[in-house]
Structures are given as C-alpha cells and as structure tokens.
Ligand binder design. Structure first.
Ligand code: SF4
Length: 65
C-alpha cells in the first residue's frame, strides 16, 4: 500500500472526477492506496489528454476533495 497525503491526487477533487470507483472512495477514507492503482485526472487544463496518475501523484492544480 502507498500513503496518500494532502496535496496528492488521491485526495484531489479532480482525481477520478469522471471515473470514480469504490476504491477511490476507500482511498479517501483510509489515506492509503494499493500499489499500481491509477485513475484519470479531470482537471480542465488537461481535458482531452486522459492523464492518468497514481494516487500519490501531485500537481499545482490540486483541489481538496
Ligand atoms: S494531477 Fe493535479 S489536478 Fe490532477 S488529480 Fe492529481 S493533483 Fe489533482
């Protein structure tokens, strides 16, 4: 498992914005994610690029979920 901290994708409102799943809900509750979990970033700046990141990725577009 990997730890997901404030400022990282797993706790960002844009993470899985259009592709939420049960695991993402669990990541936000537990603050941990399975190794290899990825989801799509829904930030408008990368719309159309289908950027997929691990739960412990990060960028300056973070917005708390
Ligand atoms: S890449 Fe940035 S905007 Fe997208 S989910 Fe991660 S922290 Fe949020």
């Amino acid at each position: 498992m990997i730890h997901v901290n404030e400022g990282q994708c797993g706790l960002c409102a844009h993470y899985g914005e259009h592709h939420s799943d049960d695991m993402l809900v669990q990541i936000r509750i537990d603050g941990t994610a399975p190794e290899g979990y990825i989801n799509e970033c829904g930030h408008p700046a990368v719309e159309g690029l289908h950027l997929r990141t691990p739960a412990n990725g990060a960028c300056d577009g973070f917005k708390a979920a």
